[in-house]
Write a protein that binds this ligand. Sequence first.
Ligand SMILES: C[S@@+](CC[C@H](N)C(=O)[O-])C[C@H]1O[C@@H](n2cnc3c(N)ncnc32)[C@H](O)[C@@H]1O
Length: 270
Amino acid sequence: MSDPIAVNQARWDEVVGVHLASNMYDMAAFKAGARGLHSIEAEELGDISGQDVLHLQCHFGMDSLALARMGARVTGLDFSGEAIKAARALSADIDVPATFVQGDVYAAPDLIAGKFDLVFVTWGTICWLPDIERWARVIAHFLRPGGRLLLADAHPFALSLDDESDADILQPRYGYFHKPEPLIFDDPSDYSDDKAVIKNSKTYEWIHPIGEIVTALADAELGIRSLKEYDALPWRLFPNMTEGEDRLWRLPAGAPQIPLSFSLITVKPG
Ligand SMILES: C[S@@+](CC[C@H](N)C(=O)[O-])C[C@H]1O[C@@H](n2cnc3c(N)ncnc32)[C@H](O)[C@@H]1O
């Protein structure tokens, strides 16, 4: 098998341009100051003005800059060079300062100095990481005493189901429990644009069950403050989902509702 992280990085480098041009990311609205965070993470966040925020897997910096617009001092990290280049350009374009660093999540402690009040990790992140315990130790490394992690992402139970099925009753497909070997996908489509054809179609991903995420963070000596589950998420995970005014996608009202996403807040004692 080729290096899964290098394969994923090539995919992410390629999709940056597609995302910048997509209706989903709606760059014009963002530049005009209109498009902020989704309600799920915004409601968990509270007042972050004056706080030091580390945004891991920041993509091209849209949410990092949304956090900066809320008054935070933001550092974003992503392994995609294309994403970091676009993030720096966006920051300059809208004149909202933030620091952007290229690198792998696991290398972040060697790349970024200092401690943070908030580590912010949202939407499509931990599925790219093979080792959730090592990830939790990275989070703990960066938090100052009293600092929080806010993680919001697709629910691993939803990720274990058949994502090509438009049936109201969804079937298991990938298995819920973590395996060291990745799930291998070969998919030229992109979640932000139905018409896009991605040349780097292969990706390697991992499912991390809720219990393992919470336990990894507890083992890294972070206290669990809240764990919430939601019937919505920011992209079309299953074909029969529809998008609401809040830019969140849901299953049809008559279908059995399952947890599609979750938010988790952990706090470093002290
Ligand atoms: C779905 S995007 C996250 C979107 C993000 N929430 C935002 O603010 O737009 C996933 C990001 O994770 C990054 N990524 C994936 N694996 C990574 C790794 N091992 N280290 C650092 N970044 C990684 C990708 O380059 C991509 O930008």
